[in-house]
Ligand binder design. Structure first.
Ligand SMILES: Cc1cc2nc3c(=O)[nH]c(=O)nc-3n(C[C@H](O)[C@H](O)[C@H](O)COP(=O)(O)OP(=O)(O)OC[C@H]3O[C@@H](n4cnc5c(N)ncnc54)[C@H](O)[C@@H]3O)c2cc1C
Length: 466
């Protein structure tokens, strides 16, 4: 359909304030946070701003009748091109539809529209001593709808896992315009094993099965206390061993982070006053709960990791905890500065491997980087084996781009070889779909069948996942 006609039709459906079709406006929607979209931006034909289920439904019904692609979008912080109209179409920007509809304190749940920002939701929940535990690094920017679509998680996934277990029910506009409610039409219960679990199927489906328009989320009581341990290792292999020792001692910290020597150096160059000890690896353990349990767990972590670490420090005092954590919190920014003429790219940034293979993986990543002449910084959520690699290149130099593309391909293959996954939390999107068959084999056929059953016209976010 011609742009002017498309605009006319969309304005008829939603009104002119909710429709964009000018080139300059659309250009912004050619990108998310992935390196792929910096290399190959794809402009949609139109962008709309739905503010209700009816708005979404009208646009989807129109798109279905006219065989036009639909691409849901939250805040665009995804690192895989997931919210980009790689085959053209209408982008549904849901970020302005950001209503906390109801905090049901008695039933430990909250109902939100898809555009609510994660951190803002938790600020509101904190007033009721509740929280929604998954904690992506993009918390201040990303939408809850985007988190549901990507099954987002963060450093506290060790104890609290990802978004999926907290989703009690969803309202979804299906690719033909039908509206369904998963998890029970009228349900306010937490426990529910009735029917095929469509909620679970929708979470992590990256916007290819329907548009999430309402989310019923489970909340947890907000922990009262927190403690941080920093353990410093001269031998890289001792770091994952220490993580397993802690688990064997019966302790499940809320987060366990690793900085390898490349990250330690990057942080010290970036902010020398942090003075991270020079070492092969640093582990940061975060423990939360009630004050006596936090003290006990901290004590055990100190004893257990002390058997392998050069030094261990434990803190519960807020100022000291912040100091211990600062190295980790600036790692991403520090990575971007390791080369004055370079920038950190988001590609191959999210592999996941068994904890027992983290040290081998970090070594293999360094070898690969050396082979390709790429500078990298490695850190990540070692508590669940999620390794974040930051390649730093000058994207203006075509040879460097060519080298990094090869490097990233080998990083993804390495993850599978290590009995891991190409993505621990950021998703597949357009970037990692070439690895679907290798990672999942025949299961991909069944994923395609599910997609075809939900979206026979193939208009819902095509070109993603497989
Ligand atoms: C600095 C930084 C740090 C990050 N840290 C983390 C991290 O620690 N953990 C982590 O998991 N991720 C992280 N991410 C990635 C990203 O923030 C998450 O995947 C986040 O959940 C995406 O949310 P969004 O609102 O930006 O979604 P978008 O990027 O806009 O969209 C992501 C996907 O969700 C789909 N989608 C969005 N809304 C809907 C909807 N309502 N219905 C159906 N589909 C929808 C889109 O089509 C797309 O496929 C980080 C990103 C950045 C830039």
């Amino acid at each position: 359909m011609e742009t002017s006609k498309l605009k006319q039709e969309l304005v008829k459906l939603l009104g002119k304030d909710k429709v964009l079709t000018e080139d300059l406006d659309l250009m912004y929607y050619s990108y998310d946070s992935s390196f792929l979209t910096k290399l190959e931006p794809s402009q949609p034909n139109a962008v709309v701003f739905p503010k209700s289920t009816e708005d979404v439904q009208k646009v989807v019904e129109f798109a279905y009748a006219n065989q036009i692609n639909i691409v849901p979008r939250g805040a665009g912080t995804g690192e895989t091109g997931g919210c980009i109209a790689v085959q053209g179409g209408i982008v549904l920007d849901l970020s302005t539809w950001n209503e906390i509809i109801e905090i049901d304190v008695k039933n430990m749940q909250v109902i939100v529209s898809p555009g609510v920002i994660h951190a803002e939701l938790n600020n509101e929940l904190a007033k009721h001593n509740l929280f929604f535990p998954p904690d992506p690094g993009s918390s201040m920017m990303c939408t809850v709808g985007g988190m549901v679509a990507n099954n987002a998680s963060g450093l506290r996934a060790v104890k609290y896992w990802a978004t999926e277990p907290y989703i009690l029910g969803l309202e979804v506009v299906m690719p033909n315009g039908d509206v369904i409610i998963t998890g029970g039409m009228k349900a306010r219960c937490i426990k529910n094993v009735s029917g095929i679990n469509l909620t679970k199927l929708m979470v992590g489906s990256e916007g290819i099965l329907g548009v999430v328009t309402r989310i019923r989320l489970r909340c947890f009581p907000k922990p009262k206390a927190r403690g941080i341990a920093m353990a410093v290792f001269d031998n890289l292999d001792d770091a994952p061993e220490a993580v397993m020792d802690v688990y064997q001692a019966g302790i499940l910290p809320s987060g366990i982070e690793i900085l390898d020597s490349s990250a330690i150096k990057a942080v010290n160059d970036f902010k020398p006053e942090i003075k991270l000890p020079d070492a092969e690896a640093i582990l940061l353990f975060e423990v939360d709960g009630n004050p006596p349990s936090v003290e006990y767990e901290g004590q055990v972590i100190r004893e257990v990791t002390g058997q392998r670490a050069r030094s261990v420090e434990w803190a519960t005092e807020p100022k000291r905890m912040a100091e211990l954590w600062e190295g980790r919190s600036v790692t991403a920014a520090a990575s971007a500065r390791v080369r004055p003429d370079g920038s950190r790219i988001f590609a191959g940034e999210d592999i996941s491997v068994p904890i027992s293979r983290v040290a081998d993986t970090l070594r293999a990543l360094r070898d690969l980087a050396d082979q390709h002449g790429i500078q990298i910084v490695n850190y990540g959520h070692i508590g669940d084996g999620n390794v974040h690699t930051a390649p730093v290149i000058n994207p203006e130099i075509p040879e460097e781009v060519e080298k990094v593309i090869k490097f990233v391909d080998e990083v993804h293959l390495l993850a599978i070889e290590m009995n891991g996954s190409t993505t621990g939390e950021h998703g597949v999107g357009a970037v990692r779909r070439p690895y679907a068959e290798l990672e999942h084999g025949k299961a991909v056929e069944y994923m395609r069948k599910i997609k075809a059953a939900f979206d026979p016209a193939g208009i819902m976010n095509p070109g993603k996942v497989f």
